[in-house]
Design a protein around this ligand. Structure first.
Ligand code: DHE
Length: 519
């Protein structure tokens, strides 16, 4: 038995339950009721991993509720009829106990998880819709993905995804393949022409997101558990390299996120626990892709499975503090990273590796959702704030805050399109106004309209079609919807029922790195 499963006293302590209940064999109970789906070691199987960091914001009380009542639209049954309250509390406390030793998830484990299901050979899509104007919709309610025709807004396919996909899916430049990452570390490769999943692999135990290299040959996976950055071969999802992430002094770190930087032909990684930003060459020549400005390189980290010289060469950029949640300017020369204090952001010039500005930004900016556009010859960047109902607008000429737009409440996502004069902003995290969408004029920086697509229901995340004429809005409810709006008149065109649709992604906008959408 694993050491971290062996302490009933600890479980009872964590659960705050009486000694008599402490005798309840929570571990035996776990093995009897949970292990078949969630794995004997809690690392997940057909059900998700049951480790505190994987469970995120659910909380112990939330876990008790799920054990008691089950989880709608999943295979998680309700145990309320067969387990008493003390047993449910002991199980919830158990799954919220950190493992005493870090689970091992290296080349062997990753490779053993890989499943290949090649699709039939085709030379064109197996459907009539414009393959570049499809929308990929992640339905987080029942863990499915829907594919929509972006001209008629009609679903053409729906399939079960891995549990809890997170972050934007990543598309190959021809728009044929899309990759998804789940919080439990699963990476899935889906063929949009044959509408089939063609490969899957579990690249981590607790994963943040994925990024695809410029040439679509390599896929990077950012992990919180273990502290690794995994590079997969994007063709068959085999392991190419694993970085055990640590700073120069050897201090290990989680990886907050990894981003593709096509203009630089590299990946850029945000590290959670150490003041370094990593840049990893995805070009076999390595160094020249960084424009000759590079000072420090380290090659061949822990498991150098790739032998070519410059490929995956690592450059460490030292920062004054750990930075998270990056926004990049369109040529990927500069990034803006949020300080963990939540009150300022730091601009780093990636060519020189130096910090060039510090921008006060109270209220925890969510730079990952930032967008940029040109106004009066200046490139502006807008970012929502997770803790305040404000949108900051920064002028990249001097990296100063040009305006602060007050909204109905803290928001999560922003969207625009090069053909639209407006920014669409939600108030996703507001207590009272989470059903509001604000339309902001990109010239005047004023709110010109407030919409309430589904009164009382959390609404957020907008994506335009390839022309910019329509905007699709998510109603995040089990009984939710994607609402299609005319992006000029704001008239509702169509309402498609969906199960808690999270993000939706237009193939063309993604592969062209459209201005106004996430990359
Ligand atoms: Fe996300 C993208 C981090 C919570 C839905 N989220 C991202 C990205 C990062 C990130 C770094 C960009 C990755 C990419 O697209 O490749 N998210 C974080 C957090 O640190 C945070 C605040 C806490 C956490 O638990 O991880 C967080 N995110 C959430 C949620 O609670 C959301 C609303 C629901 C969910 O699915 O968990 C959520 N995040 C999203 C979505 C995107 C995303 C839909 C992709 C946006 C896009 O348009 O590209």
């Amino acid at each position: 038995m694993r050491p971290w499963l062996s302490s009933l006293a600890g479980v009872a302590f964590l659960a705050g339950i009486a000694p008599a209940i402490a005798q309840t064999d929570a571990i035996a109970l776990y093995h009897a009721k949970c292990a078949a789906c969630h794995g004997g070691d809690r690392l997940g199987a057909i059900g998700p991993a049951l480790l505190p960091d994987n469970l995120g914001r659910l909380g112990v009380a939330g876990a008790e509720k799920v054990i008691r009542s089950g989880r709608a639209a999943t295979q998680m049954p309700a145990f309320g009829g067969e387990l008493d309250d003390a047993s449910i509390k002991a199980l919830a406390a158990l799954v919220y106990t950190k493992p005493a030793t870090t689970p091992i998830w290296g080349v062997k484990e990753i490779s053993a998880s890989r499943v290949l299901t090649p699709a039939p050979v085709v030379d064109k899509p197996t459907f009539k819709a414009d393959p570049l104007n499809l929308f990929v919709v992640v339905e987080s309610g029942d863990h499915h993905v829907s594919i929509l025709d972006g001209d008629t807004f009609t679903p053409i396919h729906r399939f079960a995804s891995r549990f809890a996909l997170h972050g934007g899916p990543k598309f190959t430049r021809d728009g044929r393949y899309v990759f998804f990452g789940s919080r439990d570390g699963w990476v899935s490769k889906f063929d949009l022409w044959t509408l089939r999943t063609v490969a899957e692999v579990r690249a981590g135990v607790n994963t943040r997101n994925i990024a695809l290299s410029k040439d679509a040959k390599h896929l990077a996976v950012a992990n919180y558990l273990p502290n690794t950055l995994v590079i997969l071969n994007a063709s068959d999802l085999s392991v190419e390299k694993i970085f055990d992430v640590a700073d120069r002094k050897g201090q290990s770190s989680r990886v907050s996120a990894v981003y593709q930087a096509p203009q630089r032909d590299s990946f850029i990684a945000a590290l959670k626990d150490v003041p370094e930003i990593w840049e990893i060459a995805t070009n076999p020549n390595g160094e020249p892709v960084f424009g000759g400005f590079v000072h420090s390189y380290e090659k061949g980290m822990v498991e150098a499975l790739a032998s070519s010289q410059g490929l995956f060469a690592l450059r460490r950029i030292e920062a004054s503090e750990p930075l998270d949640d990056f926004f990049f300017d369109p040529d990927y020369r500069n990034l803006i990273g949020a300080s963990r204090q939540g009150d300022h952001a730091v601009v780093v010039n990636l060519n020189t590796g130096r910090e060039i500005a510090n921008i006060p930004m109270p209220g925890m900016p969510h730079l990952g959702s930032g967008i940029s556009w040109m106004r009066d010859g200046h490139r502006l960047v807008a970012t929502p704030h997770l803790k305040e109902g404000k949108i900051s607008v920064i002028d990249t000429a001097d990296w100063k805050t040009l305006a602060t737009i007050d909204t109905a409440g803290p928001g999560f996502f922003l969207r625009s399109h090069e053909n639209s004069p407006y920014i669409w902003a939600d108030s996703f995290l507001s207590l009272k106004n989470r059903d509001k969408i604000q339309i902001i004029d990109k010239e005047t920086l004023k709110i010109v309209r407030v919409m309430q697509p589904a009164p009382g229901k959390t609404t957020g995340h907008v994506e335009f079609d390839r022309s910019g004429r329509h905007a699709l809005v998510s109603v995040w409810d089990m009984d939710g919807a994607i609402i299609v709006y005319d992006a000029t008149t704001f008239a509702e065109i169509k309402r498609l029922p969906m199960s808690k649709p999270a993000g939706k992604y237009n193939v063309y906008n993604k592969i062209t790195f459209s201005e106004g959408t996430s990359h």
